[in-house]
Ligand binder design. Structure first.
Ligand code: TYM
Length: 331
């Protein structure tokens, strides 16, 4: 049995990219491993949410974790800020993280470019906070999408550096993980490579979306006038529609539209109608469970309390040992 840690930032509702990149793997892994899945609310502070938004978003993610099949008896489900040990380990790791390597991180460079008026220290040290989440439970596997690969590489660097500095073999080297295949990137409806709420809300299918919302968004998805020669390579926007169909439709459906495309007979209106129906069938069981759970405050409170207790037990042990290794000793 291995220790598994992962989290999702609460920024609204979870989308299909979060599900296929991360959550789907959480659900599978909870049966086989010692799992810690948390809601990364400290991380979301880089964008300065209001207190009401922050709380509402944390609640949404908790509801969606449960609606997707995470079982609080099997996995430890907790809210990151219920575990202040995270902040202490973050502080220790920051002492051995260097400005150059943090500045070179792709996600930092992207954010510095897209939000030049809010390049805060939390953004710069985002990878050390993430490493703290992972190392706090001494995890070896981290189920994440492709966009988190570099953060995992940095976590390994920080873990190894700590081990070398204190001449211990304390932290394992955690790896980014996806069940049975390479890390994935779910494409957006807007022709962008990645479905992403922060880049474009309209590129996303949310797990809480109603059938009407799904149909409307998919019918509006970016397409073009269609191929003019047989077997032409697909432009990115068209590749994305096929990519989404690959995820939620039957293989025979995908093949049918692939053949029409190759023969220059494709009608994107028909393809999008089919994709919309398959998407509605895929999402509906989630959205129904989400609306059933979202007003059950008593249950949510119980789940969060249980998770905080279990996570605290693991974190307190690690922090006791780390303090000892570093040399914080009682008189
Ligand atoms: P976040 O909140 O941006 O995304 C949560 C998870 O969803 C995955 N994901 C995708 N996967 C495939 N295709 C997409 N279009 C797509 N969009 C999002 C992400 O790869 C991620 O796995 N830093 C993390 C949260 C975090 C964390 C951690 C993760 C904080 N501490 C410790 C693992 C371990 C983040 O911002 O993910």
């Amino acid at each position: 049995m291995e220790t598994v840690v992962s989290g999702i930032r609460p920024t609204g509702n979870l989308h299909l990219g979060n599900y296929f990149g991360a959550l789907q793997n959480f659900v599978k892994m909870q049966n086989e491993h010692r799992c810690f899945f948390f809601i990364a609310d400290y991380h979301s502070l880089t964008t300065h949410p209001t207190p009401a938004d922050l709380h509402g978003n944390v609640r949404n993610v908790l509801v969606e974790y449960l609606a997707c099949g995470l079982d609080p008896e099997k996995a430890t489900l907790y809210v990151q800020s219920d575990l202040p040990e995270t902040a202490e380990l973050y502080l220790f790791l920051n002492m051995n993280a260097y400005l150059g390597e943090l500045e070179r991180c792709t996600s930092f460079k992207d954010k510095a470019r897209t939000q030049p008026n809010n390049v805060n220290a939390g953004l710069l040290t985002y990878p050390t906070l993430m490493a703290a989440d992972i190392l706090l439970h001494r995890a070896s596997k981290v189920p994440v999408g492709k966009d988190q690969e570099q953060h995992l590489e940095m976590t390994r660097t920080f873990a190894n550096r700590f081990n070398r500095l204190y001449k211990v073999d304390y932290f394992p080297e955690p790896i980014a993980f996806n069940f049975g295949e390479d890390l994935i990137k779910v494409p957006g409806l807007d022709g962008c490579l990645k479905m992403s709420k922060s880049e474009n809300e309209n590129s996303c299918i949310f797990l809480a979306d109603t059938p009407e919302a799904i149909r409307k968004k998919i019918m509006k998805a970016t397409t073009d006038a269609g191929p003019t020669e047989p077997n032409q390579p697909k432009p990115q926007a068209i590749e994305n529609i096929f990519g989404l169909m690959k995820i939620v439709s039957q293989p025979a459906t995908l093949l049918h539209f692939q053949e029409l495309y190759n023969a220059c007979q494709i009608r994107y209106g028909d393809m999008k109608k089919q994709l919309a129906e398959d998407m509605v069938a895929y999402i509906s069981p989630f959205s129904e469970k989400i609306s059933a759970l979202s007003s059950d405050y008593d249950y949510l409170r119980k789940v969060a309390k249980l998770g905080a207790e279990k996570a605290h037990e693991s974190a307190a042990k690690t922090m006791r040992e780390i303090r000892e290794i570093i040399g914080f000793k009682a008189f």
